[in-house]
Structure formats: structure tokens, C-alpha cells
Unconditional design. Structure first.
Length: 282
């Protein structure tokens, strides 16, 4: 009988996102505050003794070989010389292509879980380094705490957060991250915008997302969602979009706002987390 172990993979919001430069290899440098929320994918893992990595029920249109969860398992296996395998099953709840980090979170959860199940013994720092090979957002999920990220996302420091609830709207568009960064870079080169040269304290300036104006021009549906949320406060786009969010201090407030918009937009209400759900399990 196959025994599965189940692990959470939370979504994230970028409470701000500033692009501070670009490396010679094409990666953009950023300064961003990441916060986990209680919308989670779940990852089921069953151990195998034949060394194979198998993914059950793959996402339509995404070959198993390209799935970040499979790539994470194989990277950990190759890096440690582990002879065990695993059967993976990912239950998706986090919208894809929304800037909520679902794929990166799934990959991080696989690294954290298999490191324990396979008894690899890698430190969190070592797992973060592996995660960076999979994507710039993976390390923060391995880090396990709300964090300020700099560099390309791998330089992390713990971020103090207050209790909050979030109204998250998901415009019905898929925003390719690479296209957004390409357009942002074009505007930098033509002088239409510029890289931030220093972090502005949140106490003196509202949080911002340097990619937001680019995405709003490319995808009017994102601009529409932001415009509607502005009737209730100061919303922001997360990551490279398409999801946008509004922070609320109380659950009732968030639910009231979402209820007023739910007939026009898909979305959800989420609670801000103090840490990754697996942080205390490692």
C-alpha cells in the first residue's frame, strides 16, 4: 500500500517590488518584501526504493520533465547521491501565472520535505542554494520566513510583519514574466522609466511595484482590477502579475470588500502568515 505524506506550499505576495538594476547575465536585481499567505497548494509525497521520480496527475500542458516539483526532487537526488525515489502529487489551489509563486512554492516544499524523508541532512542554506538553481523565487520559500529579498532574490533577511488580511483579485489574463521584464528593460533603455537607485522607506512613500505600470499598459484587465480596488484603499500588483491585492487590518473588512467585487472578478480572501507553515516542522 502506497503511503503518502502531505505538505503545504503557501502562496506569496510582494508587498513591494523595486527593480534596482540588471546583471550582465540578464537577471534583474530587485528589492522586494515577500509575505506568505494562507492560500496553499498541497504536495503529497510517497517514498520509493527504486530511485524513480514520478509525478501523478501532471498539469495539462506542462510535461512532467518541466514541472518544478519534479525538477526539485531530481536536483536534490543528484546533489546528495540519494538512491531513493518519490511519487509526487500536487493539488493546485494557487492560480498559475498570477505572481503568487505557486510553482516556486511547490518546488521549495519538495526540497524541504524530501530532505527530511530521504534523510539527506542538508542545511536550510544549502537547500536555498539548490532552490536558486530552479528559480529566483524558490529560496524565499525555503527560507521559511517573511523576508526582504535583494540581489536576484537570493539575499534574504527576516521581515517583521503585522497581522493582516488580503483581498486578492485574479484578472483573467496570463502574464508571462519574461515578457514583462523584457518590456521593462526596453523602457529603461529608452528613458521611459529608470531603475530605483535606493530603497525608499515605507514610512515616507507608499509601497510600489516597478513592474505594475508596464503590466497595466500591456494588460488592461490588470489595470481595471487595480482601479476597482482603489475605491477601498491602496492596492498593489504582486510580482509580475496578474494578481492584485488590497491589505486590510481585519478579516470582516476584507470579506466585505471581496463580497462587493466577487460578481465581477475571480479571487479570494487570504490571511497573512507569520511564517511558512513548514518552518517549525524542519
Amino acid at each position: 500500500m502506497t503511503v503518502f505524506h502531505t505538505f503545504p506550499a503557501p502562496a506569496k505576495l510582494n508587498l513591494n517590488l523595486r527593480i534596482t538594476g540588471k546583471r550582465a547575465d540578464g537577471y534583474h536585481l530587485l528589492d522586494s518584501d515577500f509575505r506568505f499567505i494562507d492560500l496553499c497548494d498541497t504536495v503529497d509525497i510517497a517514498l520509493r526504493d527504486d530511485g524513480l521520480i514520478e509525478l501523478l496527475d501532471p498539469i495539462p500542458g506542462v510535461p512532467a520533465e518541466a514541472d518544478l516539483s519534479v525538477r526539485a526532487a531530481r536536483l536534490l537526488q543528484q546533489s546528495t547521491g540519494c538512491r531513493l525515489g518519490a511519487t509526487l502529487r500536487v493539488h493546485k489551489r494557487i492560480p498559475m501565472g498570477g505572481g503568487l509563486g505557486g510553482g516556486s512554492s511547490d518546488a521549495a516544499t519538495v526540497l524541504l520535505a524530501l530532505n527530511r524523508l530521504w534523510q539527506c541532512g542538508l542545511s536550510r542554506t544549502a537547500l536555498m542554494a539548490l532552490g536558486l538553481q530552479l528559480g529566483a523565487d524558490v529560496p524565499v520559500f525555503v527560507y521559511g520566513r517573511n523576508a526582504r529579498a535583494t540581489g536576484i532574490g537570493e539575499q534574504l533577511s527576516e521581515l517583521a510583519t503585522v497581522p493582516a488580511w488580503y483581498v486578492v483579485l485574479h484578472p483573467t489574463v496570463h502574464v508571462p514574466t519574461a515578457d514583462v521584464f523584457k518590456e521593462f528593460s526596453r523602457r529603461v533603455l529608452t528613458g521611459e522609466t529608470r531603475f530605483s537607485i535606493m530603497r525608499t522607506l515605507a514610512t515616507t512613500q507608499q509601497n510600489q511595484n516597478d513592474l505594475q505600470s508596464v503590466v497595466c499598459q500591456m494588460y488592461p484587465a490588470v489595470n481595471e482590477a487595480l482601479s476597482v480596488l482603489r475605491e477601498y484603499g491602496s492596492p498593489l500588483m504582486t510580482g509580475s502579475g496578474a494578481c492584485v491585492f488590497l491589505e486590510c487590518s481585519k478579516e470582516d473588512q476584507a470579506k466585505t470588500v471581496y463580497q462587493s467585487l466577487s460578481s465581477r472578478f475571480s479571487g479570494f480572501v487570504a490571511k497573512g502568515l507569520a511564517a511558512h507553515p513548514m518552518f517549525d516542522r524542519e
